[in-house]
Design a protein around this ligand. Structure first.
Ligand SMILES: *[C@@H]1O[C@H](CO)[C@@H](O)[C@H](O)[C@H]1NC(C)=O
Ligand SMILES: *[C@@H]1O[C@H](CO)[C@@H](O)[C@H](O)[C@H]1NC(C)=O
Length: 620
């Protein structure tokens, strides 16, 4: 019932076509298609039709163009069309063969529901000549979800494809067949036309013999397809050329699941428990095939790095697998950016200021359909006479990109293309001239930039402008000042110690003059407690300096000075005790001299060393 309703739409087309076949056929009758084999691949979201035909000129007029037709309702989904000559009889190698020029053709009195393309042949066909052609047509957004209601998370995705089982052509066809490749052997329903055969996931129609021009036999297939329908609404692919040895690629994706829209609530629990059943049409990962020597690969979204992305590489390619934060169901959207660097010498050629970039156009993502792709080629500053050469029509214009290091900005070639498929991943070139002197501009700016920064720093240090109290430089300044104050305190305390030493020495001098042991002992007692206090304070100051990174340069000298003072202090104490002891024992002057000689010996040199260290520290 459903099917019949759909087919009635096609019936109108059929009536129209039959009428036009009669009108057009006299003009085209000298060409015959002796064989036509069509293969339609429905296994992914992208529909690929490969038509292999053998053209035979039976008329006496020389023929240099062949017409190829697509119904309008398919033509509006056409993303890519490539015609090549098929030299060998065996398997087609259309990807490597040279593409023949193809353009839209408007025949007089053409049927309204057909789009004609004219293929220019490499050499004209004379009477009796034949030529084998392969035509690849790539269609997007043509598989209709059916029934057209939103599916739930658990449902499988059913799609509808319609075409004609007879090759729709302005020429008569002697022998033809059609094969449809489906994703699974399980097919919901399909038109049971004459000579149909279902073999696994392949559905075959034909052979059909001796059909007149514009033969049309409606065909409908209703099938399950849970393949990822990854559609990018927009991709901005920036290719930045730096003569310092790198091509930096940054690609921003706005991605949607282009399949059947999900209805109802998404249940992560359901999805995780039985991912294949509850979420059959969801896609979990995307694979990007990057060039072999890609490096510094990253993948991030607005929340940061997508950590579940993984990377592996061999000599032929680098593969990046991206797992979005949640599985993508029909109608769901996500945004992310991938970036990677490529070695310049793999993509930039030329010499003497004439250069060209030779790199692929499209996205490296597998089986991705891009509604709008912007390719921006950012050239080095000072590039001129820029010319882009792309093997298919694109919109193009030039812009200027200004970054913080540029004076004049970098020239940017922007290429815009709608409905982009993996087949568009062809090489394109951007030619430009470049004066090597402008290469020096950036490092010079860098150097003068640093010089200015340096000058600014000096001015800042001198002027001591008030700056934010939380800034790192402010904190560093505070710590520096604190360290200096501590060193100064150590210096002052050592100085105080030396004064105290002098007091101790003068008490011995007094003793030799007065012979008053008690006064001398009292002085010693007060000196002892003062030095004890001072040494306690020194200890804490030194340990502060030991913990301060900014004191590292001066710390050894401070520690040496403190150690020498301790050494001197001990000798002076021992000497003092000995002298007092001698006085108490009423020993003679000579005896005293002998007993203190060993202490006395080193005192002047220690004192000298301490004075030197104090001067040294004072200088800093
Ligand atoms: C993201 O990844 C890049 C490259 O691996 C790394 O340099 C950066 O620190 C990462 N950022 C975060 C926020 O993890
Ligand atoms: C660009 O590179 C490809 C792959 O290396 C190569 O086949 C093609 O000839 C190059 N195109 C030009 C114009 O050099």
């Amino acid at each position: 019932m459903r099917m019949r309703k759909m087919s009635s739409r096609r019936l109108d087309l059929f009536v129209v076509l039959t009428t036009f076949a009669i009108l057009l056929s006299p003009v085209l009758s000298h060409l015959i298609l002796s064989t036509v084999h069509r293969r339609i691949d429905l296994s992914t979201q992208i529909v690929r039709t490969i038509t292999s035909l053998k053209v035979w000129n039976t008329g006496s007029d020389i023929v240099s163009d062949v017409l190829y037709t697509i119904p309008d309702n398919q033509a509006k989904h056409l993303a890519y069309l490539k015609a090549t000559v098929n030299e060998g009889k065996g398997r087609l190698k259309s990807s490597s063969a040279v593409a023949l020029p193809v353009e839209v053709f408007h025949p007089k009195d053409a049927p309204p529901s057909l789009t004609f393309y004219s293929i220019s042949l490499p050499k004209a066909l004379r009477k009796g000549d034949t030529l084998n052609l392969n035509i690849l047509a790539v269609l997007t957004h043509i598989l209709e979800p059916f029934p057209p209601h939103k599916i739930t998370q658990a449902d499988i995705q059913l799609l509808l494809f319609q075409d004609s089982a007879h090759y729709l052509s302005p020429y008569s066809v002697n022998l033809q067949s059609l094969t449809l490749k489906l994703p699974y052997a399980r097919i919901e329903s399909y038109s049971k036309l004459p000579n149909y055969k279902l073999q696994g996931s392949g559905l075959k129609y034909g052979p059909y013999e001796n059909l007149p021009p514009f033969s049309y036999l409606p065909l409908v297939v209703h099938f399950e397809n849970n393949k990822p329908f990854a559609v990018a609404r927009e991709v901005v692919r920036e290719i930045e050329v730096s003569h310092w040895g790198i091509v930096q690629i940054t690609e921003h994706y706005t991605l949607v699941h282009g399949g059947e829209q999900s209805k109802g609530e998404f249940s992560r629990l359901d999805y995780q428990a039985r991912p294949n059943v509850r979420g059959a049409s969801a896609f979990r990962r995307l694979v990007a095939k990057l060039p072999p020597r890609a490096h510094s690969v990253y993948c991030r979204d607005e929340n940061g790095n997508i950590s579940t992305s993984s990377l592996w590489s061999d000599s032929k390619k680098t593969e990046l697998e991206i797992e979005p934060r949640y599985p993508m169901f029909g109608g769901w959207k996500t945004e992310f950016t991938i970036g990677y660097g490529l070695p310049l010498q793999d993509f930039l050629y030329g010499s003497d200021g004439k250069r060209f970039l030779n790199i692929t156009f499209g996205s490296p993502m597998n089986e991705l359909v891009i509604n709008t792709l912007f390719v921006k080629v950012v050239l080095p500053q000072g590039s001129n006479e820029i010319l882009a050469s792309i093997p298919f029509p694109v919109k193009q214009w030039q812009e200027t990109k200004i970054s913080h290091m540029d004076v004049a900005g970098r020239p940017v070639v922007v290429l815009e293309k709608n409905n982009v498929v993996p087949e568009h991943n062809e090489y394109f070139q951007v030619y430009y001239k470049f004066n090597s002197l402008s290469m020096l501009r950036e490092p010079l700016m860098l150097i003068s930039g640093f010089f200015l920064l340096f000058v600014a720093y000096i001015i800042y240090m001198r002027a001591d402008l008030s700056i934010s109290k939380s800034s790192a430089s402010y904190l560093a300044k505070i710590q520096w000042e604190e360290m200096q104050a501590t060193v100064q305190k150590v210096h002052d305390i050592i100085s105080l110690c030396l004064t105290t030493h002098d007091k101790l020495e003068s008490s011995l001098h007094d003793l030799s003059r007065t012979g008053d042991v008690q006064v001398c002992k009292a002085t010693r007692k007060s000196v002892d407690s003062l030095l004890k206090e001072l040494s306690k304070e020194l200890k804490s100051l030194v340990s502060f300096l030991q913990s301060s990174p900014q004191a590292s340069h001066i710390l050894p000298k401070v520690e040496e000075m403190v150690a020498k003072e301790r050494d001197l202090q001990e000798r002076l104490m021992a000497k003092h005790s000995t002298v007092v002891d001698c006085y108490e024992k009423k020993l003679g002057r000579r005896e005293i001299e002998n007993r203190i000689a060993s202490y006395q010996q080193k005192i002047p040199s220690l004192r000298q060393k301490i004075d030197y260290l104090m001067d040294f520290i004072d200088e800093i």
